[in-house]
Design a protein around this ligand. Sequence first.
Ligand code: SAH
Length: 354
Amino acid sequence: MKPDILSLSLNEIRDLIAELGEPKFRADQLYRWLHVSKATSFDEMTNLPTKLKEALKERFIVDPIRLITYQESAIDGTRKYLFALPDGNLIESVRMIYHHGISVCISTQVGCRMGCVFCASTLDGLERNLTVGEMLGQVYAIIRQTKERVSNLVLMGCGEPMDNYDNVVAFVRRISDADGENISQRNITVSTCGLVPKIRQLKDENLQITLAISLHAADDEKRKALMPIARVYSLDELLTAVREYYDENKRRITFEYSLVRGENDSPEYAERLGRLLNRYFDHAHVNLIPVNPIRERNFSSTEASSVYAFQKKLEKFQINATIRREMGRDIDGACGQLRRRYSEQKPSSDPVGE
Ligand code: SAH
């Protein structure tokens, strides 16, 4: 199968152009076609010579993402997109409308191998990592389809971003490139269940992104019951690495805490969380997510009054807690509801909506 050319960096494109015996400026032209015009075929690239286009066609495909369909939430206009990849795998992405702009949530892997008990993305395990081009392609396809400017990006779809580290870091650099889509790194959130060595590595990448840590419990025992990764890294190891990340980058960290009724949502758990975070941070920021039920599991979300009580309790610990507004729940587009469900279906050759 031919690789996608969207995955190449500008330097790699320069090397390719040199190898093909073309003048240097062709590299910038090609890069612009890919990352500014968002071309989906070499034929569109009208200012490139035919000979070059033919040579490129032999080696690469342009766009690894094919829009199959999308659903729109009747409640909040959230759209969930289903895309096909060149090998037939299917992935989902979500576009949300906030008062501050448009936010897109992308997948970083086909499936996931982290096994968090409340999450649908992990039910069928990991199929493979996404390429840089497959991550860019999700954003570009949504921009093409909506004609909207995307202001925020969250890497919270299917997959564990830190389990696809190199591609995710390359993706962040590319999508924030001033000569490309130019989404500010400050508006990009990368969420991880806590792969400690990767957090340490990320610390030195000098990125301006927001790091979000999926905590979901304030003691190792409870965390192990919800998230298998907690059997590998203790909360102390995780929070020590996160603190080091903060000291290096001085970018606010967000802690995510999904509230599961009767599991981790009592006032005692809030106190435990408050005490834990205060050991590592002066003013931590927590995002509370009432769990979104998934069919295969028997979890229900915490009732609103207990969510507020949890939030109030955290405030006593000087912790700023926001309650995540659930978007796209009616189309299974909310946190933890994205899945590989369609994997067995044959992609349709008749994309809609474009
Ligand atoms: N693998 C990354 C990104 C995945 S999802 C991570 O673990 O952070 C983004 C957030 O949604 C994570 O905090 C995840 O734990 C949470 N989540 C997963 N399933 C959920 C569900 N059913 N309801 C609410 N939040 C969920």
